[in-house]
Each structure stands twice: as C-alpha cells, then as structure tokens.
Ligand binder design. Structure first.
Ligand SMILES: Cc1ncc(COP(=O)(O)O)c(C=O)c1O
Length: 322
C-alpha cells in the first residue's frame, strides 16, 4: 500500500527518538507523565526562542485546537476561517455550539478581504493551508492579527515545509496563538505531540481546560529527542521539498493544474472533471490519495509527497488509469 492521503512523513524519525522511547519504556511507564511536560517545554523554548511559560504541549495539535475553542467559545460565539481548509475546525466549532463564519478563499488562495472584519471571537488561519498547500505571507498574517477583534489562531502544522513562519508574532501580538505539530516534519504522527505558543495568560487559560495527563511519557520523551535533532528533520524536509518540485512538474506535464505548494502535499486539479473515479482507480492499485467529495473540490486530489519511489509509482498509475 502506498499511503499518500493523510500527509504523513515517508521517512522515519531521528534514531535518538527510538532510543528515548526505549529508555522511557524501560524506566518509567509505571509512573504518570509530567502534566506540565516541563522538560519538553524547556527544549521547545530553546529551539524556538519562546519562553517556556508561553508554550503548552498537546496530544497532537488536534487536541490543542480543541482546547483553544473549549477555552474561548460559548454557544453562539463566532469562529471565522477561510475555506476550503482543515475540516476539523467545523467539527470543533459545532461541538462548542459556536457559529462558523466560513469565508471562501479567492482562486489564488490569498486572504479573503472580509476575514479581518467578521467580529469573530476566534479567527483561524491554517498556514500553509490544507488542502491548497498555499501560504499567506507573515506580513499579511500580522496585519490580520492587528485587525481582528479577537484571537487569531495560526495553525502551522505544515510550516517546516514552507519559506517562513508566523511564530515571531507571538510575543509581539498578544492575541496570536501559533499551533505546531510534530506529526509532519518530525515524523511522529503515531505518538501525538503538538505545541502551542502564545501570551502567558492565554497559555494559563488553556492549561485550566486540559486533562492532567494529556501527553504520555513515551510521547514526551520522543518529542524531546526529536526537537534535539533538528538536522535530521531538516534533511527529511529537504528531501520532501525536492520530491515536491518533481511531483508538481510531472503532474503538470500530465495535464493537471497544480498550485505552488509550501507543504508536504500538493493539490492537483483537472478543472471541470470529477476526480473521484481517478482516486478510486488508484485505490484499486493500492495507492491512496485524498479526494474531497465536497462542492468546489471534486475536481481536485490532495496528494502527500512520499518518497521518490512512491511518487514514481503514483505517476505511472495515473498515466495508466486515464
Ligand atoms: C492543518 C492541520 N492541522 C492540524 C493537524 C493535526 O495534526 P496532529 O497530528 O498534530 O493532531 C493536521 C493533520 O493532518 C492538519 O492537516
């Protein structure tokens, strides 16, 4: 099976991660994990240059997104975001009884002009965005942070594959929370670790609504080791970027329109064609890609950047299937 549908990393994590997990397994699984993940937060503070009291660790960034809305949204409150984007936001807003204000991205995936003026309590920007792979420049994110009435959450799940990050806004703008994950660039999707960065008072608020032992001992140990070996992550990111460029060029040669991606996936379109049948034909050949059966996206496939060999198999299967 070639799995190119959920944007995992095709390469393994740093060998230090496996050593750290083995050590934690042998020495301490009978004990509860540190509810504050202090050692991991200290490591993240060093790596990202953000004080530890401005960092919270989650059971994946999905948990952090849920905690943010749990802490901020009462029934009827508005949460705004450009669409199409990460579909979990709809679910989390519905769980809180909030009102989702979904503003369509223009075709070039720049910020929708109305986003700054919705009056929403929380505005979410997935940057780079999924499924488009496009990036809003930091200066525009900064302008958005200054204009919105409430909190601005920047979901940077894919940012290590991009050219710039909004993390520097934390500390300069009190209403900005940046959410990161170790699932993508650090290859730790199976262990579930996310980080959120924001004003110390926001972080205190998130801590009050989280479960005590939300991140396991093994996950904390693994994440600490992964952050301690950034060169390993960067080498994998460089390989994925190189494969992304080749995948983009080859899909374009096969007749797809491919947006320039800043993530570890590409969105390939064939305007006016439903690509559901192509996704199913690929699945029949044991190659999984993501087709969204929703208005406006039926003519697109989101394809994770795998290894060069996986991508070569995918391209051969696409050429064969149509
Ligand atoms: C935009 C975005 N945010 C967050 C996540 C969740 O990541 P995690 O594995 O940290 O929960 C994903 C996962 O695909 C994602 O695409």
């Amino acid at each position: 099976m070639i799995k190119l549908n959920t944007n995992e990393n095709p390469y393994p994590p740093s060998p230090h991660v496996l050593d750290a997990v083995a050590l934690a397994t042998n020495e301490s699984v009978r004990l509860y994990p540190d509810p504050e993940a202090a050692a991991l937060r200290r490591r993240a503070a060093e790596m990202y240059g953000v004080p530890a009291d401005q960092i919270i660790v989650g059971n994946g960034s999905d948990e952090l997104l849920a905690l943010i809305l749990r802490a901020t949204i009462d029934p009827g409150d508005r949460v705004a975001y450009p669409v199409p984007t990460y579909s979990l936001y709809d679910t989390l807003v519905a769980v809180q009884g909030g009102e989702a204000v979904r503003l369509p991205f223009p075709p070039d995936f720049r910020l929708p002009p109305g986003l700054a003026a919705t009056g929403a309590r929380v505005t979410i920007l997935c940057n780079p965005n999924s499924p488009s792979g496009t990036l809003v420049p930091v200066r525009e994110v900064d302008a958005l942070a200054r204009s919105v009435a409430g909190l601005l959450v920047v979901d940077e799940a894919y940012v290590d594959f991009a050219r710039e990050s909004s993390l520097g806004l934390v500390g300069r703008r009190e209403n900005v929370i940046v959410v990161r994950t170790l699932s993508k660039s650090f290859s730790l999707a199976g262990l579930r670790v996310g980080l959120a960065f924001g004003h110390p008072e926001l972080i205190v608020g998130l801590r009050t609504v989280k479960d005590s032992y939300n991140v396991s001992r093994l996950a904390q140990a693994a994440a600490e080791a992964a952050l301690g070996d950034p060169a390993w992550m960067q080498a994998n990111v460089a390989r994925i970027r190189a494969t992304r460029a080749k995948l983009t060029a080859d899909l374009t040669a096969l007749g797809f329109q491919v947006l320039s991606s800043e993530a570890n996936f590409v969105l390939a379109r064939r305007l006016g064609h439903d690509l559901g049948p192509l996704a199913r034909a690929l699945a029949a050949r044991d190659i999984l890609v993501r087709h969204f059966a929703v208005p406006g996206l039926t003519d697109a496939l989101r394809i994770t950047v795998g290894t060069d060999a996986e991508v070569a198999s995918l391209l051969a299967a696409i050429a064969d299937a149509h």
